[in-house]
Write a new protein. Sequence first.
Length: 364
Amino acid sequence: MARVYNFSAGPAVLPEEVLKEAADEMLDYKGSGQSVMEMSHRSKVYDAIIKEAEKDLRDLLNIPDNYKVLFLQGGASQFFAEVPMNLMKNKKAGYIITGQWAKKAFAEAKIYGEAVELASSADKTFSYIPDCSDLPITDDMDYVYICENNTIYGTKYKTLPNTKGKLLVSDVSSCFLSEPMDVTKYGVVYGGVQKNIGPAGVVIAIIREDLITDDVLTGTPTMLKWKTQSDNDSLYNTPPCYNIYICGKVFKWIKKMGGLSAMKEHNEKKAKILYDFLDESKMFKGTVRKEDRSLMNVPFVTDSEELNAKFIKEAAEAGFVNLKGHRTVGGMRASIYNAMPIEGVEKLVEFMREFERSVSNAPL
């Protein structure tokens, strides 16, 4: 069967080139006589894999030496708890609520201390990013938390919040490595890799070294202390070895593509094709305020649930899969991460145009 165009929000499409390389190395990685799935995480061969992956990630993001890179387990959802466990010294933090994942992180933080809602876009179903230029941040807040790209609702911060000198923590799961970013503007940047970088099972955290201490909340499990993981170079226990190996291959693929500036240009071209069509269509409508649109996740709807369902079904039959919107939102969503080729978006728009024409011309 031919490969489909996979618009899943995650686990998501991976570069075909990377998949082929991994297939070639499945039984014998570089003459080791074993698969990466089988080798010890303490071996010299694997040590080289994880160290090279970290080096390539540091190169791509220009990560300063005073930031640690950790390859962890538990996904972003576990990190919702790790953030307050490791950072809540005053047991108070500010959260900006721009979607489902920020809401979940906010709820998790309330277990450990006082989580304050600084701003929210819930009043318009998270279809915009609120004004974050003058937030009610108090001196006793340990950090300010955002979800930078909102996978479900399709919004993206174009300007980071004014944290008034407070530490910024950002979940970048669905925009990780989609464009350049200045790591020094954050105290902590983290994201699940299953959207832009690799298979589900790894969360990458980039943490400023002064934030990695033994001064954590009482009861924090050993595994969830950042110092535990940092002191052991992400090898305190057996890591998701194969998934990290794939992440490393994707880092090299991004470098080969020209780095993050080239990736941003590639993603802007793709997004423009789809957004331009949505803006001109009489049937399909985007749901996000234009200035806050994500380059990665594009939600859209028609005027009826029946038409939405018909479109999703016929699109899947035509080879455009995973276009159904998140269960909390409905409608459709096209996730067009780094590995989605421009051709995939062009063909999707071509299909949408033909679908609109055929439905509009159908007899009453």
